[in-house]
Design a protein around this ligand. Structure first.
Ligand code: GTP
Ligand code: MG
Length: 132
């Protein structure tokens, strides 16, 4: 089976959504194999969002993701990356259906509560980056 990297962002942790979100992954059959509540460094954040470096919101995004603890986790199961993305919903919560994590809880295109890796290759890289 496959592994996915998932990270509840500072807004999700701050608002007390960790338990509810974790429960959704468990109910979908994605097993939690590792988790850590931690603050991420500016360097790690800049690397994680390296593909968005040219965007005008890059600085704000790095400030947001380092503004408080995140809940980083590895989940495992069949098609874990695709299943996690479908539980999470599209980037912009305004376009995310109710029933998805971002559709239920996201408050803006930046403050969208959670990250999920977008391919198995990126999942391996992110697991390495956040859990080395
Ligand atoms: P992640 O799972 O967090 O990687 O989100 P994603 O794959 O759905 O989107 P993407 O990788 O393109 O963007 C990463 C993050 O940047 C998003 O989750 C948002 O938090 C933020 N972001 C994306 N687009 C915008 C934008 O237009 N404005 C702002 N302020 N933030 C954005
Ligand atoms: Mg992404």
């Amino acid at each position: 089976s496959e592994k996915a990297f998932v990270m509840i962002k500072p807004d999700g942790v701050e608002r007390g959504l960790v338990g509810d979100i974790l429960s959704r992954f468990e109910k979908k059959g994605l097993r939690l194999i590792k988790a850590e509540l931690k603050r991420i460094s500016k360097e790690t954040a800049e690397e994680h969002y390296g593909h968005l470096k040219a965007k005008p919101f890059f600085g704000e995004l790095v400030d947001y993701i380092t503004s408080g603890p995140v809940f980083a986790m590895i989940v495992e199961g069949e098609a874990a990356v695709r299943n996690a993305r479908s539980l999470i919903g599209p980037t912009n919560p305004a376009e995310a259906a109710p029933g998805t994590i971002r559709g239920d809880y996201g408050t803006g295109v930046e403050r969208n509560v959670i990250h999920g890796s977008d391919s198995p290759e990126n999942a391996s890289q992110e697991i390495e980056r956040f859990f080395n």
